[in-house]
Design a protein around this ligand. Structure first.
Ligand SMILES: Cc1ncc(COP(=O)(O)O)c(C=O)c1O
Length: 510
């Protein structure tokens, strides 16, 4: 039994989807001695629903049949209006990096709040200088010039502007399945259909084949820089990836057919986020960069989701690809939820912004800089990059075990550190064809039910991918082994419930 039923006043049986009942033991959340004494919302559920419908843009669509009203957070946990605790394995879309309301960050920011918030860049303030030098020190030479802004979209807007001014070319190559933001100049870079508006957006954007070793046309069993590979077979010699060659060939064809001799830029995430945590064949970025630079273009890496140690092995995702970009954009984890973003580049590319006046009211103001600087300090002091590596690798291994246990449900497990994707397949299709290699994406209704079950058991997890069938696991970087055990227990339980539902459906039609 996975849901309760009641009868309404007309004696019609209705299902209480958000009240699920589990016959077996529910996984238990790890102990947490934080007292969430502030979790009662000032507004009732009805008021929230009404205001949401009347006063907020309808594009703000909460997940879950009964949206979660989050009222308090502490480190990797959040509480809802009824004081129910959840493990936050999505971190507000890979954004809560050091932990919700991290005490050291709260203390430092409170001090700054009482001292100075805002000046604008027409005066000096010490905070932006200290922060810029600290951040620049974490980037490879010659990327020592920083421009601060407020969001990832804005950072990519600025990157594109600088690239066009610097190269005096216009054409930008992006990847299908990429996501770089929702401003008018980043929307056209997006390669995920559900994010495209039917408007004539920018000219000069060209999308190449997404080098996706799991769902793409080419891929095998040793393409990715991950401890987990796809279950696709291949006959590549060690150290050589044919899939990589094929994707590079596609890109070369794009250069040689529709693009002029000189291009402006190539932009990519070092691991695609919104697109479902897609990792490219190991040398793809390196070879793409070479081709772009041969055509006098610059290489932009979007580190909005992958930066700040999340991938575990490195501070920046691009380092795992063995490349140094010309421009790096960053947001999300940079501010642990505070609106802060940045563009790092070389002195000569940065200088292009002086060709006219360029101004950003809030970017890197004293308060934002204080937050950014203290996020960096905490990442160091608490060894969070290493935690991403150790805990992320354990989680990946456990998820691979789940893939072996539920081969009809999990098609792929991928990622690095705490940037993980779990792609779900449709058991209905695999049962029909008796062949899980078909790798049909799990249908939305089934995925939604699993997501709902996870939430009921106290696990918040992300979803993404072009078909919306990928779990995105990007928690605060402070999670521990107990959180992993809980996550795996919940997922296993949710998959069992899914199998029970599928079996019931099948029996109905027999
Ligand atoms: C890789 C990437 N780039 C850019 C953005 C845009 O960032 P923002 O929503 O802060 O504008 C996002 C947001 O999800 C992202 O994932």
């Amino acid at each position: 039994m996975n849901s309760l039923s009641i009868f309404n006043k007309n004696c019609v049986k209705i299902r209480l989807n958000h009240l699920r009942y589990y016959s077996k033991r529910r996984p238990e959340l790890p102990k947490c001695d934080f007292n969430a004494n502030n979790s009662k919302s000032r507004l009732g559920n009805f008021e929230i629903e009404t205001i949401h419908k009347l006063n907020l843009n309808p594009c703000l669509k909460p997940w879950y049949q009964k949206p979660v009203l989050i009222t308090q957070g502490y480190m990797q946990y959040v509480w809802d209006n009824e004081n129910k605790r959840y493990l936050d394995m999505f971190g507000g879309v890979a954004t809560t990096s050091v932990g919700h309301c991290h005490p050291k960050l709260v203390e430092a920011t409170t001090k700054q709040l009482k001292k100075l918030w805002h000046t604008s860049s027409i005066y000096y303030n010490e905070e932006i200088h200290e922060y810029a030098s600290n951040l620049a020190n974490r980037l490879p030479e010659p990327l020592n010039n920083i421009f601060f802004c407020n969001s990832g979209s804005e950072a990519n807007d600025i990157a594109i502007l600088m690239a066009r001014l610097y190269t005096k070319s216009y054409d930008i190559i992006a990847l299908r399945n990429a996501y770089h933001g929702d401003s008018t100049s980043t929307q056209p870079l997006c390669g995920v259909q559900s994010w495209r508006f039917p408007l004539p957006l920018h000219f000069g954007i060209h999308h190449t084949t997404n080098p996706d070793p799991y769902s793409g046309r080419f891929g095998g069993s040793n393409c990715r820089d991950s401890i987990i590979q796809t279950t696709r077979q291949c006959d590549c010699e060690p150290g050589h990836c044919k899939a990589e060659d094929m994707y590079v060939e596609d890109l070369e064809q794009l250069f040689d057919s529709t693009l002029p001799k000189n291009v402006c830029a190539f932009i990519a995430e070092s691991i695609q986020g919104v697109g479902g945590v897609v990792q490219f064949p190991k040398n793809f970025l390196k070879r793409a960069f070479e081709m772009v630079r041969q055509r006098n273009g610059v290489c932009i890496v979007d580190e909005v989701q992958t930066g700040f140690g999340r991938t575990g092995t490195h501070f920046w995702g691009f380092e795992g690809h063995g490349v140094i970009p010309d421009i790096v954009t960053m947001a999300k984890s940079i501010g642990n939820g505070f609106p802060l973003a940045a563009v790092a580049t070389t002195a000569s590319i940065a200088k292009t912004l002086t060709e006219a006046s360029y101004f950003n009211t809030f970017g890197g103001n004293p308060l934002a800089s204080c937050v950014g600087l203290n996020v960096l300090k905490i990442i160091d002091e608490e060894n969070l990059q290493n935690n991403c590596h150790i805990i992320g690798s354990k989680l990946l291994t456990e998820l691979e075990n789940l893939r072996n246990k539920y081969p009809d449900i999990i098609g792929d497990v991928r990622g690095k550190g705490l940037m993980i994707g779990v792609e779900l397949t449709s058991s209905a299709v695999s049962i029909q064809h008796k062949n899980i290699k078909e790798r049909k994406p799990m249908i939305k209704a089934d995925f939604d039910s699993i997501l709902e079950d996870c939430r009921d058991m106290g696990l918040l997890i992300g979803r993404g991918g072009p078909k919306g069938n990928v779990f995105r696991v990007k928690p605060p970087m402070c999670i521990n082994e107990e959180d992993i055990t809980f996550t795996i227990d919940v997922l296993a339980k949710a998959f069992d419930l899914h199998n029970e539902r599928s079996a019931k459906r099948r029996n109905k039609y027999l």
